[in-house]
Design a protein around this ligand. Structure first.
Ligand code: NAP
Length: 522
């Protein structure tokens, strides 16, 4: 069985303490082990702050962007191994593994490209100089410089590949060393990617480190100037926010947590319209991609009350065609959840929602393909529904992290927007209609409570990027319950890894910044 050692202080560490086993979620067989509490954390963090930062910051933005391009080549050269690991450890079909693996390369490639545009710059200028004296001689110029510490990433189990690189791409481009702590249950893929990139010798020593297994002591190792970016449950997020090291040292924290995303069908989009078909396609795709284990998946499907029955019927008919089971069988369209523990959580979540919602489609009656129901973590798609949405409360509060969604009937536009906002802050909402003016109106109404609003009209039906797909050009994160974080969004992502300072001086002094600086605009 493979062991996943930690990589700290520029070397692979001996096995630490009593570890945890990772399992194949279809067979339940142990496939790898990760360590217990990590030894050498303080030394590893110090090494990254000193060596990693110095090595990265000796380069220009353009050179670091080139480095990201080299990482993409390494990931592409090893992609077959990544698909094998994903199949064995996450139980995903090839198409679902691609969302994670190809999404990682795509995001890195995107930052390699836009980072190249920063060229030889070593400093980012933030806005134009402000005049502080009447004669305009004494001025203030805001500049951005890389944060002086490390970027600690604590990630969720559902995106072991993309989850690492969507955070690491802007951090490394900024010149900030990265320490990644993947969720233990699927840590193998993250570990293998890190090992491949380290072996390729692309990055300076200390620029990339990994801690697998126990998180004990990780947050205690944080110091002033470090930043932490967390993706996972709201409960762990609360622990992180209130950790003494983070509070005491004003460690900047980005949190991506639970989200009860919604999707709204327009009142113009009756059965038989193109918008109706697009909505049904999207809802089924969102419920079944990665077995619904995407933080952006549609949990609440808001439809005009008069279309409730038609949508339920159309979605149910499509879900009945989704074959579930062992992704090694080519007939399987949807693989498993990540673990038996998640399977139990999803069953309990469905039972909880069913206390106030009807079950409109129950896929658990179908046979699993090549998988033992008593062992495999395969959850069937389940559509719940409440025709009068005012009769439901739990659905706005309880995220079931699996192939589960609840159909809710709304009365009018104001009611739909109010229901969407009962999620108390979400990563994404989507809206489907052929009425462009209405889409824009609803988009504006939802923007304050969402990180992203995805507006789909039939003219963009074939080219739209998908409700749940996170594109690096758009921000990812949401207010309130979703954690209040913000990632990606083009060069905006670099803001988290930089400090802004005002340099006040003579215009003759400030002009010396210019040769190695570029105006930063997101
Ligand atoms: P989780 O249990 O909160 O774990 C997330 C990460 O935190 C794991 O790496 C975990 O390590 C680590 N961790 C746990 N306790 C910790 C502590 N005391 N100190 C430091 N780190 C600690 O979440 P999960 O079950 O992996 O993920 C599922 C949840 O993530 C879902 O609710 C989903 O909504 C959310 N999610 C959100 C987004 C987003 O972008 N907003 C994306 C994906 C998932 P171990 O694995 O070793 O326990």
């Amino acid at each position: 069985m493979i062991h996943l050692p930690n990589y700290l202080s520029g070397s692979w560490q001996p096995e630490s303490g009593h570890g945890t086993s990772l399992h194949d979620p279809i067979s339940g067989v142990p496939i790898a082990t990760a360590g217990g509490p990590a030894a050498g954390l303080d030394a590893g963090f110090s090494f990254a702050r000193a060596q990693g930062a110095a090595g990265l910051q000796a380069m220009s933005y353009g050179q670091r962007a080139g480095m990201l391009g080299e990482i993409v080549k390494v990931l592409q050269a090893n992609r077959d191994a990544y698909y094998d690991i994903s199949l064995a450890n996450s139980g995903t079909t090839k198409a679902d593994s691609a969302v994670d693996i190809e999404g990682a390369s795509f995001t890195l490639g995107y930052y390699a490209k836009i980072g190249a545009g920063l060229g030889d710059a070593r400093t980012l200028l933030d806005g134009a100089a402000a005049m502080l004296s009447k004669d305009q001689l004494f001025q203030s110029q805001h500049i951005l410089t890389p944060v002086r510490g490390v970027a600690l990433f604590i990630n969720a189990f559902n995106f072991p590949a993309w989850g690492l690189w969507e955070k690491a791409a802007p951090a490394l481009l900024s010149g900030v060393p990265v320490i990644i702590k993947p969720a233990t249950v699927t840590a193998w893929l993250t570990h293998r990617m890190v090992a491949d990139v380290i072996a390729a010798g692309i990055l300076p020593a200390g620029a990339l480190s990994i801690v697998c297994g126990s998180s004990a002591g990780l947050l205690d190792a944080l110091q002033p100037f470090d930043v932490v970016s967390f993706t996972g449950s709201a409960d762990t997020a609360a622990l992180i926010r209130s950790h003494p090291a983070i509070a005491r040292h004003s460690v900047r924290a980005n949190i991506e947590a639970d989200s009860l995303n919604s999707s709204i069908l327009g009142v113009d989009a009756a059965l038989g319209t193109a918008a109706f078909d697009l909505y049904v396609d999207e809802l089924v795709r969102e419920m079944t991609t990665k077995s619904g284990q995407r933080c952006t998946a549609i949990r609440r499907a808001l439809v005009p009350q008069q279309f409730f029955g038609a949508v339920a019927e159309a979605v149910g008919a499509r879900l009945a065609q989704v074959s579930v089971g062992n992704p090694r069988n080519a007939e399987v369209r949807m693989g498993s959840l990540v673990s038996r523990e998640q399977f139990d959580n999803v069953q309990a979540g469905i039972a909880r929602l069913a206390s106030e919602a009807d079950i409109l489609y129950d896929g658990s009656q179908q046979a699993l393909i090549d998988a033992d129901r008593s062992i495999a973590a395969c959850a069937a798609p389940t559509l719940l529904g409440v025709r009068d949405a005012d009769q439901a409360a739990l659905v706005h509060d309880h995220e079931v992290f699996g192939p589960v969604s609840t159909l809710l009937g709304y009365r009018d536009t104001a009611h739909a927007a109010a229901l969407a906002q009962r999620g108390l802050g979400s990563l994404v909402a989507s809206v489907f209609s052929a009425d462009h003016a209405w889409l824009a109106q609803v988009g504006r109404a939802l923007a304050g409570a969402h990180g992203r609003v995805h507006l789909v009209s039939p003219d963009v039906g074939k080219i739209q990027t998908g409700h749940g797909n996170v594109m690096p050009a758009s921000i990812h994160g949401g207010p309130g319950r979703a954690g209040g974080g913000e990632e990606l969004g083009g060069l905006r992502a670099l803001g988290f890894y930089h400090r802004r300072a005002a340099l006040q001086g003579s215009s003759a002094t400030l002009q010396h910044l210019a040769p190695a600086a570029v105006h930063w605009s997101a």
